[in-house]
Write a protein that binds this ligand. Structure first.
Ligand code: ZN
Length: 321
């Protein structure tokens, strides 16, 4: 009796609900579906209680309200206030947006506006990818390091066929600066040719991967090339022995949301595939339409209707074997 009630409750808890499109808001709608499938974020937002007068223009507060309202099936427009709030922060309706940029804007505004700084820090840590840029002088081998942090891992796509693993590997591969490009070496005390390397220092429990499908070389175009990915991602792949210490961060990750971009760089539409927990089926959300989906359908986003953001959750050590 007790167990079936829990099963029932979790079914309603996790059931996806559609979100109306209020004028090119598909990008934010798709992101909201992914935030809604991130209970780690909800748990932190639920602890947030800003002063009442600050609520209307407060992005983290409106995000919390929207995510709570999405669970209430009687609520007709759970995210309307959130959209209005973003609109007042220059994320306008009736404007085509880039899902990775909006993902960053929402997290940055949350950091900026959250009055509870400890809570803001916990949300930052939930998504924060720490990287280090290393440039090495080719003359004296002196290495200069610059730390940086990211909310999504930007992966370049090559022409032809890509696997997610190959994209991650090229992210950390050594590149010589282009011909004529030199950096100032602190030891040689002059400009020298350098090699350039990005090192992943640590990975968060929620890993957002950004497949860089939009390229701007004068005019923005979309790369439709095939990128395959699996439901489980092994982030130990860079430890190949040749590039020692390239990847300090490691672990196995489980895919739970895919933000899909359909169309061209000029005219597109966003939808989302969501799987809130590993023992659930995939669901598909296209604005107000939601339905059950299959892993096979998610795989169709390797090309054509293309996956753009991939959200992975770190698996516990025991689960990853
Ligand atoms: Zn040098």
């Amino acid at each position: 009796m007790g167990l079936s009630w829990i099963k029932m409750a979790s079914y309603y808890y996790m059931r996806l609900r559609g979100l109306s499109n209020y004028g090119l808001t598909c990008c934010i709608n798709a992101l909201l579906q992914s935030f809604s499938a991130t209970p780690e974020l909800l748990e932190l937002l639920n602890k947030y209680h800003p002063p009442e007068e600050a609520e209307l223009n407060n992005v983290p507060m409106q995000l919390k309200n929207a995510l709570c309202a999405m669970k209430d099936t009687n609520h007709h427009s759970p995210h309307r206030d959130f959209l209005d709030c973003l609109h007042r922060h220059s994320i306008h309706r009736f404007t085509e947006h880039d899902a990775d940029e909006i993902f960053h804007s929402i997290l940055n505004l949350t950091q900026k506006q959250m009055t509870d700084k400890d809570l803001a820090e916990e949300i930052r840590k939930l998504y924060e990818i720490k990287v280090e840029t290393q440039v090495m002088c080719k003359e004296c081998s002196h290495i200069q390091k610059t730390p940086n942090s990211l909310y999504s891992l930007p992966l370049a796509i090559r022409e032809g066929y890509n696997t997610l693993e190959s994209c991650v590997q090229s992210f950390a591969q050594q590149q010589t600066l282009r011909c004529g490009e030199e950096c100032y070496c602190d030891r040689c005390m002059m400009k020298r040719p350098f090699t350039h390397q990005l090192k992943l220092v640590s990975l968060p429990s929620v890993l957002c991967i950004h497949l860089k499908r939009f390229r701007n070389d004068g005019i923005t175009r979309k790369l439709h090339n095939r990128v395959t990915f699996l439901e489980t991602l092994n982030m130990n792949i860079c430890n190949d022995g040749q590039s020692e210490n390239v990847l300090l961060a490691k672990g196995y990750y489980s895919l739970y949301a895919v933000i899909v971009h359909i169309g061209t760089a000029l005219c597109g539409h966003y939808t989302a595939y969501i799987r809130p927990t590993q023992d659930q089926n995939w669901c598909y959300a296209d604005d107000s339409t939601v339905r059950q989906a299959t892993w096979k359908e998610v795989q169709d986003t390797y090309e054509g209707k293309t996956a753009y953001l991939l959200l992975y959750r770190k698996m516990s050590e025991s689960a990853s074997g």
